[in-house]
Design a binder for this molecule. Structure first.
Ligand SMILES: Cc1cc2nc3c(=O)[nH]c(=O)nc-3n(C[C@H](O)[C@H](O)[C@H](O)COP(=O)(O)OP(=O)(O)OC[C@H]3O[C@@H](n4cnc5c(N)ncnc54)[C@H](O)[C@@H]3O)c2cc1C
Length: 405
């Protein structure tokens, strides 16, 4: 098989890139080791354990690739406020969508539902989908890439995009260097039913062990559900994972200071090791890395896939401009334009997460005092808060056309 462009990884980011390029005239092949089938949806089905807080910019990108209606017809949970507090002091910050004259700060959406909405559009397009197949080998020559697949197939193409997630095989096969470190923390994720309503608010408590987020989930039956991301040291995660359901609900209620009352029920828990990674370069001739293949960050601010959607939108824009100008889209000269626009933004977000992580993990009394008084100070600065809200909504960066209003 031959393609003008192979995208490896049909996750949220790779699928979005493919759809953003579907009318470009390029022959695109999208390869994934998963089945790439759309699952039936019922409003009564349990919540999927992995969710994302999607920014306004991500919503717009999904609208432009016509996947957002598919997300809406399944299940989304809009949230309008965010309440952040320090568990070992009195510092707190409240953010509200009304401060930027918006109804919502964003939407909490189950990853599998975003994926299915994207898949529906992919199946309706001319993009060639290669499912249940992973990449075994990749060789580069003057004629371009030769990709060998696990089903014995081969694909030739001048351009390969790695969208195959944090443990990217393409990144390893091509020897792309990364800077990475272990947070020595695990995130425990699940959905829980709470005693009190979540008030369309994302609740985040910083504890000495790590941050705990309760993200509002919407259900038609009036029950109060939240998705939790509870980040704790590896040893503590192991202890929490072995608790029975009642003991887990009790521990979580205590850790959340019962802000939403008692925790009445918890679904199955998953523990995910947290590791920060950043590729030193996102591009080389004939190759670009996007989404988690290029960068994976702490879930603390819920920004990972939001950065990935912006990567996809910027890369699509760069490639479409280059095509219009008759340039070689596989050249490093063209691909570097993508890297120059995305790397500084992604690095800035990673540095901010790093700063937060250290600030909230420091035990020293002086640091605790600083973060408590810092939180209170920022809470009283309406301009700084508005800036932060716009940043979290994905509205204050160099936005690609797909993310503009
Ligand atoms: C606990 C937790 C909470 C998070 N919360 C948020 C949040 O609130 N907001 C947010 O923006 N982000 C959040 N994130 C980050 C977000 O989940 C990731 O950034 C996002 O899933 C990355 O998407 P992706 O498409 O780049 O990669 P992935 O979702 O990892 O997709 C990669 C795809 O590539 C395929 N693949 C992998 N290897 C191969 C191979 N060798 N051959 C073929 N196919 C392959 C896989 O099957 C998959 O379909 C969170 C992360 C964690 C851990």
């Amino acid at each position: 098989m031959h393609a003008d462009l192979i995208i490896v990884g049909a996750g949220m980011v790779g699928s979005t890139l493919a759809l953003a390029l579907k009318d470009s005239g390029l022959k695109i092949i999208l390869v994934d080791r998963g089945p790439l089938t759309v699952a039936p949806f019922s409003p009564e089905q349990p919540f999927a354990p992995r969710v994302s807080a999607l920014s306004m910019a991500s919503q717009r990108i999904l609208e432009r690739v016509q996947a957002w209606p598919g997300v809406l017809k399944r299940r989304v949970s809009p949230y309008s406020d965010m309440h952040v507090w320090d568990g070992s002091g009195t510092g707190k910050i409240d953010f509200s969508a009304s401060s930027v004259h918006s109804d919502v700060l964003g939407h909490i959406v189950e990853n599998t539902l975003v994926q299915d909405a994207l898949l529906e559009q992919l199946h309706a397009s001319d993009i060639t989908l290669v499912a249940d197949t992973s990449v075994e080998q990749l060789r580069h020559s003057s004629a371009g890439w030769l990709m060998q697949l696990s089903d014995g197939g081969e694909i030739h193409s001048p351009l390969v995009i790695a969208a195959d997630g944090a443990n990217s095989a393409i990144r390893s096969l091509t020897g792309c260097a990364t800077r990475e470190w272990d947070y020595l923390h695990h995130a425990i994720v699940t959905s829980v039913r709470c005693e009190k309503p979540h008030q369309a608010t994302a609740w985040q408590r910083f504890t000495d062990e790590g941050p705990l987020a309760l993200l509002p989930l919407q259900r038609q039956d009036g029950q109060h559900w939240c998705s939790i991301v509870w980040s704790v040291p590896a040893q503590r995660a192991q202890e929490i994972m072995t608790l029975d359901n009642a003991a887990f609900c009790q521990a979580l209620g205590k850790a959340s200071e019962y802000r939403l009352g008692t925790i009445e029920h918890a679904d199955a828990r998953h523990s995910i090791a947290l590791r920060q990674r950043h590729a030193k370069r996102y591009v080389e001739p004939g190759l670009a890395l996007i989404g988690d293949a290029a960068h994976s960050i702490h879930p603390l601010a819920g920004q990972g896939v939001n950065l990935g959607f912006l990567d996809a939108a910027v890369l699509a824009e760069v490639l479409l401009h280059a095509l219009q100008r008759g340039e070689n889209i596989a050249s490093e000269r063209v691909l570097s334009r993508f890297e120059r626009r995305r790397m500084p933004n992604n690095l800035a977000m990673m540095a901010a997460m790093e700063g937060f992580q250290h600030l909230f993990q420091a035990d020293a009394l002086a640091v605790r005092w600083l973060r408590n008084s810092g939180l209170k100070m920022v809470d009283n600065l309406s301009q700084a808060k508005t800036l932060f809200v716009r940043q979290a909504m994905g509205l204050s960066r160099d936005l690609p056309d797909l993310a503009k209003p």
